[in-house]
Design a binder for this molecule. Structure first.
Ligand SMILES: Cc1ncc(COP(=O)(O)O)c(C=O)c1O
Length: 383
């Protein structure tokens, strides 16, 4: 039952010669609902729909960045320079590591896929603490890897070295989100150091949301050659629609990623936007602070509605529904009111009914809290 989403056999997919049979078992990545779909489904104007499902920033990037990107449109007849030297230099200055330790990707999703490409062959072992981001499983399974899941629900969703270590010896690749999606929990640096030391397995530590936590594992790169850190420009830097991410690792792993990525994987508009974003860091720091303050407030407000909230280091919150409530139904009820959140029903590693909400603007968060209050109080009256 729990495996339903990823492993539903697609009976409509006939056995076509030469197509990997694993693809008959996999579901495509589920991106959740989009405002235009909800607007049509419930007859709501698109502008009235609030999207709190994809962990995007509710704010646009600065006007100066948008102008530079618009200017870049004038040269779209040209390919990007595939060395991405300017972008890598900007990232290198931001992270304080030399450019040889930086690879760039079409969103951090690209780097998840590329990391599997450079490490995995069929039947090799991937270790995943769960619940976790579905793309780790999908990308690993395309390589026909064998996945070992390590539960974290009974350790308050923290990834513990003690729990992980028995599975690491013969592992090839280990994915750890920090902060993790959907839990919002960061890994402890010492625990990670202990795990890295104990094995030759490569660790992909996904820091897509690290700026909201103020915590990074990057200093472990110095002493551990089996570590890849990936980051995203989609969240803190408000560029989800343009697709830029980067990886930090040792020069050999970086060169390997360079060998397998497609030659022009970041388009010129995205590259320009990312460079401009890093030049405007103060703008994003202010927004980041605002989102963190809103997260604290939203957590408190949602706690008054009957939901159980979990601590979060990211720009989203995971919540458990009261007994007897169904995450899909709850999510649908909110969608009918023009509020999109993510149901975590059937997500591996979650035994109850959970949902995930992105921190939006004050006004969006107020709408969410108000709607949750109404739905849950009605439920209490008519269980
Ligand atoms: C943990 C995590 N990693 C990676 C991604 C992919 O982000 P992007 O490809 O936009 O950089 C996401 C997106 O939601 C995520 O939650």
């Amino acid at each position: 039952m729990k495996y339903e989403r990823l492993f539903r056999h697609d009976a409509s997919m006939p056995n076509v010669p030469n197509i990997k049979s694993i693809l008959g078992l996999l579901e495509p990545y589920d991106p959740g609902s989009f405002p235009e779909d909800i607007a049509v489904r419930y007859g709501i104007p698109k502008e009235a729909v609030v999207n709190l499902a994809s962990n995007e920033s509710p704010y646009p990037p600065p006007k100066s960045l948008i102008r530079k990107v618009a200017k870049e449109l004038e040269r779209v007849n040209r390919y990007p320079n595939p060395s991405y030297r300017r972008l890598k230099t900007a990232i290198s200055e931001y992270v304080g590591l030399p450019p040889e330790r930086v690879a760039v990707g079409n969103g951090s999703s690209d780097l998840i896929d590329l990391s599997c490409k450079i490490t995995l062959s069929p039947l090799e072992k991937v270790v995943l603490p769960i619940p976790t981001y579905a793309l780790y499983m999908l990308s690993s399974m395309v390589w026909e890897a064998s996945i070992t899941y390590v539960d974290t629900e009974d350790s308050n969703f923290t990834v513990k070295a003690e729990r992980m270590m028995p599975h690491l010896k013969d592992a090839r690749l280990v994915f750890i989100g920090s902060p993790s999606n959907p839990t919002g929990m960061s890994v402890d640096k010492e625990e990670l150091g202990e795990m890295l030391k104990s094995t030759d397995a490569t660790f992909l530590v996904d820091e897509a949301y690290f700026e909201f936590s103020g915590m990074t594992m990057a200093e472990l790169l110095e002493n551990h050659d089996n570590l890849i850190i990936i980051r995203s420009m989609s969240k803190y830097f408000c560029l989800a629609g343009l697709r830029v991410g980067y990886a930090l690792s040792n020069p050999t792993i970086i060169q390997s990623l360079e060998k397998v990525r497609l030659p022009f994987n970041i388009n010129n508009l995205a590259g320009t936007a990312a460079i401009q974003a890093l030049k405007n860091i103060d703008y994003f720091r202010k927004l980041g602070q605002k989102i963190i303050s809103e997260r604290i407030l939203l957590k408190k407000e949602l706690e008054t509605t009957g939901l159980k909230l979990f601590p979060s280091d990211a720009n989203f919150l995971m919540a458990k529904l009261p007994e007897g409530y169904d995450a899909d139904e709850f999510t649908q009820e909110l969608a009918s009111q023009g509020i999109i959140i993510r149901s975590l029903k059937n997500i591996l590693g979650l035994s109850g009914q959970y949902v995930r909400v992105t921190v939006g603007t004050r006004q969006e968060n107020r709408r969410l809290t108000g709607a949750c209050k109404t739905i849950l109080s009605e439920h209490v009256r008519h269980p």
